[in-house]
Every structure is written in C-alpha cells, then in structure tokens.
Design a protein around this ligand. Structure first.
Ligand code: BQF
Length: 298
C-alpha cells in the first residue's frame, strides 16, 4: 500500500484477533459464548451482504450468531413483537437490526423497541444520550471504528479542526459528538456540515481531519482540502462498471486520485472504514455479553 493509505482491513484484523482472545478468556472462565441476533428485513442484496460479513466475523471471533429474515411486508406491530422476544431471551446478548428498513417502517420507532442493554449498534436514544453526556455506552460502530483508526495511526485530534460532512444518526452525528467532547474523546474543534451547508469548501478547506459520510460519489475533490489533511471516506457508492465481474465497482464520497495527492492519510473504498465497522460490532457484542456498560443489579 502507498504510504498515506490507511489499511482498515489490517487494523480490523488485529482488533478481531484481540476480541477472539477476549472471547476465549470469557468462555474459559465458564461463561457461555456471546450471541448476536441479526434481523434482516426484505431482500436488499447489499443488506444481505452486510449481515453476511457480520456473521462471518462472529464465527471468526467465537461469537455465536443467528439471523432471522422477514419479508418487507412485515408490519411495525409484528416486528416490534419479534424484537421483544429477543429482548426477553437471556441467551441473546446483542440485537442487530440491519438498516435501511423498507419505507413503511420508521427506524427510530423500531430501534426504540430494542432493549438498550442489547443495542450493540448504539442507535437507541439511551445510548446516544449517554454518548452525548460522556457516560459509558454502546457507541455507534462506524465512528467508534474511525477513532480506533486514529489511535492505530497516531492521528491526534486534540485541538485540531475536525470537519464532518453528513449528519446521519448512524455516522455523522455520533462522529461529531465523539470528536467534540472533552472527556475520553476527541477534544477537536468540530464542524458538522450537512445538505443545508452553504459553500461546503469554505469548511472542508479548514479541516485537519475530514470525515465524509454522505453517499455522494466524488463529492469531495482535491481543491476542497488543504495539504496534509487526514481524510476518512465513509461513503460506499456502487457505480455501474461493465468491465468488472460484479457489474459495478465501489467508490467513496471522495475523488480518491485528487484528494489523496494532498492528504497525509486517507482511507480507501473498499478496505478502509467498512471492516472497522464490523470489528466494532464484535467489540460491542462482547461488551454486551460481559454486561460491561450496564452491569446487572444484584
Ligand atoms: C470493505 C452500510 C451503507 C448502508 C448500510 C467491509 C462492510 C463494508 C465495506 C460492512 C455498511 C457499510 C454496513 C467493507 C456494514 C459497512 O471492505 O470496505 C465491511 O459490512 N459494513 C451495514 O451494515 O449497513 C450499511 C453502508
């Protein structure tokens, strides 16, 4: 790999190896293996791929997993009832509701049904709220994985200008919280840009650290960033490509060629942030099994 390219696959592998050892130790002390319950709704091929990647990671680290699939015609009531069964099941530590949901199911309404102690995605308002006030919590996997990459590559965030583009509940918003907070966190001067931001370049050009999670291919070009910037590209966009065997190729939200010329570090797509997201889900599932965030009352 070129010297300025972040190898997310490698770092995720190191983290998964550590989690595997931690799981073995946990089981060696007489505990049952952690278990992740995945819920897949509809037949979106990308969603199926993501669930497959997660259950494969589970196998690699010794976490048990089960996947239930429901048709995209399932009602809110039925889905909530299924989730409540998993909430009550003591053999399940973490519940993964694969997103996006079909249009008639509102994610926030369904996510609130998940027991916050099993919310290994970190999307429940209880966990987001605890993140915002600096309490221990299940952290959203993608932003948590990005902080791990900073740790591995010794990217200092304290006092620096971090610019996040995209304000989703999954990535941008929790990323901005993690970067901006003072305690056990990023300590960065943080700007959160979104679709109403006027003159995006005015903000991105100031960034020491730029995180882009929009879903818009090549939104960020070399002219929009300054020399030496650290760029984290969260976008995964499928572009039609008849010359590739799958019929498409993946590109990020950055124009890699022009941005990488100026960046001191940059994540590729694929092989950048994606594998870290999956690794952090494994970490959260182990934390759930150990009841590390929410100790059970005796
Ligand atoms: C890689 C996701 C958009 C919408 C819903 C490895 C993943 C992706 C890429 C992965 C993602 C993206 C996930 C790579 C989970 C990350 O090698 O580059 C792993 O499995 N992800 C998801 O569950 O839902 C999404 C992106």
């Amino acid at each position: 790999m070129a010297r300025n390219i972040i190898d997310g696959k490698k770092v995720a592998g190191i983290i998964l190896q550590q989690i595997h050892e931690d799981v073995q130790e946990w089981v060696g002390r007489g505990n049952r293996p952690p278990k992740l319950q995945a819920i897949l709704i509809g037949d979106d091929p990308a969603s199926r791929t993501y669930v497959g990647a997660k259950t494969k990671a589970c196998r690699e680290v010794g976490i048990e997993s089960d996947t239930v699939s429901f048709p995209d015609t399932i009602s809110v009531r039925e889905l909530k009832e299924e989730i409540r069964k998993f909430n009550r099941d003591d053999g399940i530590d973490g519940i993964l509701l694969q997103l996006p949901l079909p249009g008639h199911l509102h994610p926030s309404q369904v996510i609130e049904t998940i027991d916050h102690r099993k919310d290994v995605d970190g999307f429940h308002p209880m966990n987001v709220g605890r993140l915002a006030v600096g309490q221990p919590t299940f952290r959203s996997c993608t932003p948590a994985g990005i902080l791990e990459l900073f740790r591995y590559y010794s990217v200092m965030t304290k006092g620096r200008n971090a610019v996040v583009v995209g304000a989703s509940n999954i990535v941008g918003s929790p990323m901005a919280i993690m970067l901006s907070r003072e305690n056990n966190s990023g300590k960065a001067t943080t700007t959160l840009c979104h679709k109403y931001t006027r003159d995006l370049t005015q903000h991105t050009i100031q960034a020491d650290i730029l995180i882009v999670a929009v879903g818009s291919p090549k939104l960020i070009t070399g002219q929009m960033v300054k020399e030496g910037v650290v760029v984290i590209d969260v976008g995964i966009n499928r572009l039609t490509d008849v010359t590739s065997k799958k019929g498409y190729r993946l590109v990020g939200d950055c124009d890699f060629d022009s941005v990488s010329e100026k960046a001191s570090l940059i994540t590729p797509v694929p092989g950048g942030v994606g594998p870290m997201t999956v690794a952090m889900l494994m970490k959260n599932t182990l934390l759930a099994a150990k009841k590390s965030i929410y100790p059970s009352k005796e």
